[in-house]
Every structure is written in structure tokens, then in C-alpha cells.
Write a protein that binds this ligand. Structure first.
Ligand code: GTP
Ligand code: MG
Length: 209
């Protein structure tokens, strides 16, 4: 009996894997998105603006205190598709996280949003540090979006410098105000589309399973 149910589970898994090779057969996607950045750059404000009243859960069973927010979005592709985003917001300072925890936090991440604050030079200077951490923790490069938040505040980081940086690293960039929500929606739509195009970790589940 146990053997039979294991067999059933195995064949179900195989079936899902086969379907994943043919995205046109499915119309429901799931992506794990991690939002990274220095302290107080506005990560939680941005996520909460985006998800509004959507449900979220607190994850701590993998030694990492994180809030995970869930939101379903439409992904822009020729065919209309839905994606469930699971947005991970680390509760603490990423910059001091030990490397073994980084690997757990980023496990099978589909896409990464890196945020800094326009009025905090050091948060911008730390972006390459985050790139290096990602490079060490992962053996693939997930799609990334750079977010220059608090664009309403004093410009410690000139816009031209941000644009040059984004061009140098070939990473899409958005200027946002998480308090008013300006451009926040666009950030999450963009990372969803990037995940759909590029991420090796896109789990695809047929809608009516
Ligand atoms: N003026 C302005 N303030 C912002 C903006 N985004 C966030 N804030 C404020 O910045 C402060 C920090 O925002 P959080 O969302 O808590 O930042 P965080 O990155 O989640 O911080 P940690 O989780 O502590 O790393 C709060 O007081 C927010 O109201 C913005 O775009 N403009
Ligand atoms: Mg926060």
C-alpha cells in the first residue's frame, strides 16, 4: 500500500516535470522572490504596498526569521498566465547574515529584488557586495531588478550614477517611492516577467490539479 502511494507520488512528480518542459500546457506559475538591501531602505514598505491585504506567513523553521508574502499576479507573456509570488522579506540585517543561512534563505530563489535608498550612499555602495554574496550562495544567476527607493528624498546617489551602474551590470532599474507606491507595482510586474523568461526555478503547476 505504502509502496503503491510512493509510486503514485513518483509518477505525479514525473508528470509535473514533463509538463514544466512544455510551458504552453500550463497556466499557473510559482516564483520565490527575495527582496534584499541594507537596513531601512524601504523593503517592507514596498512589499506591503504591493501585497496590501494579501496573506503572509512568518517563516522560522529554517533558522531564518522571514516574513513571506503571497500574491497572485498576471504575467505579461503572449498568452495570459497567472503567477503566485512568494515574496521573502528577511527580518534582520542581511549584510551580517552568515553564509550558511544565506544559502538557506536563497534556496531555489526564482528572482531577486535589490533595493537601496537614494538618500543613503552606503546602501548603494553595498549593492556590489550583495552581488558577490549571491554569486557565492548560488550556482546559477537568478533574474534581478535594482530598485532605487526613497526617490522623494535628498539625492545622495545621483540618478545618472544609478543608471550607469545598472547599464554596467545589465540589470533593469526602477526609481520608486514606497510610501506613495510610485512605480512599486512596476517592479513586481518586471521581476515576474523576468522570472518567466529566465529563471531556472519556475515551478509550473496546471491550474486544475
Ligand atoms: N520618504 C520615504 N520614506 C520611506 C520610503 N520607503 C520607506 N520609507 C520609510 O523608511 C523607513 C524604513 O522602511 P522599511 O520598509 O521598514 O525598511 P526596511 O528596508 O524593511 O528596513 P529593515 O527591515 O529594518 O531592514 C520607514 O519609516 C518607512 O516609512 C520612501 O520611498 N520614501
Ligand atoms: Mg523590513
Amino acid at each position: 500500500m505504502v509502496y503503491r502511494s510512493k509510486l503514485h507520488h513518483l509518477s505525479l512528480n514525473l508528470c509535473v516535470r514533463q509538463l514544466c518542459r512544455f510551458p504552453k500546457l500550463v497556466n499557473h506559475l510559482e516564483y520565490k522572490i527575495c527582496v534584499l538591501g541594507e537596513l531601512s531602505v524601504g523593503k517592507t514598505t514596498a512589499i506591503r504596498y504591493f501585497v496590501r491585504n494579501a496573506k503572509y506567513s512568518h517563516v522560522h523553521e529554517i533558522e531564518i526569521q522571514s516574513d513571506v508574502y503571497h500574491k497572485r499576479v498576471d504575467v505579461e507573456t503572449p498568452k495570459k498566465m497567472m503567477a503566485d509570488l512568494h515574496i521573502w522579506d528577511y527580518a534582520g540585517s542581511e549584510m551580517t547574515m552568515p553564509s550558511n543561512l544565506w544559502m538557506k534563505f536563497l534556496h531555489e530563489v526564482s528572482g531577486v529584488i535589490i533595493m537601496f535608498s537614494c538618500n543613503d550612499r552606503s546602501s548603494f555602495d553595498d549593492v556590489p557586495v550583495l552581488f558577490r554574496i549571491l554569486g557565492t550562495a548560488l550556482d546559477y544567476q537568478p533574474p534581478m531588478i535594482l530598485v532605487a527607493n526613497k526617490m522623494d528624498l535628498s539625492n545622495e546617489v545621483p540618478k545618472e550614477e544609478v543608471l550607469d551602474f545598472a547599464e554596467k551590470y545589465d540589470i533593469p532599474c526602477f526609481f520608486t517611492n514606497a510610501l506613495t507606491g510610485e512605480n512599486i507595482e512596476d517592479v513586481f510586474v518586471a521581476i515576474s516577467s523576468e522570472c518567466h523568461r529566465d529563471s531556472p526555478f519556475r515551478s509550473m503547476i496546471p491550474d486544475r490539479w
